[in-house]
Design a protein around this ligand. Structure first.
Ligand SMILES: [Zn+2]
Length: 127
């Protein structure tokens, strides 16, 4: 039941490319963890969840509210948000760090750079 979360979405590919280019290696769609996070770094126990702004009801301009079938969308998106929250909590309980990355944030190159830098330094500190 993960139809809501399209795998290999454009934002996801974008961030994977940036991580890979900087020498980082990771697993994708990792089924051993709650919610099968999009990108995981097993050694440092960091999971990245890439969220589409519309599907995960981000409070931003990318995620514009539908104009029709409002009740349908409201309950559907509310369920997605709830599931995100549960997965995040479950990951934390297992001792994982969950980094949420929004589609709109990836539009800024500086954000991507900062994220890659953060993962790299965490990976370096673990060795
Ligand atoms: Zn957004």
């Amino acid at each position: 039941m993960r139809a809501i979360k399209s795998k290999n979405s454009r934002p996801e590919i974008q961030i994977r490319k940036a991580l890979f280019a900087s020498g980082l290696r990771y697993r994708i769609h990792f089924r051993d963890l709650p919610g099968s996070p999009d990108i995981v770094f097993t050694r440092i126990r960091v999971a990245i969840d890439v969220r589409g702004c519309f599907w995960h009801a981000h409070n931003c301009r990318v995620a514009n509210t539908p104009k029709s079938n409002i009740d349908y969308w409201a309950s559907k998106l509310a369920r997605n948000v709830e599931r995100d929250r549960e997965n995040e909590r479950a990951l934390k309980d297992l001792g994982w760090q969950c980094l949420v990355v929004w589609e709109c944030q990836l539009r800024r190159q500086s954000f991507v750079k900062a994220l890659v830098g953060r993962i790299k330094s965490q990976a370096a500190n673990r060795t």
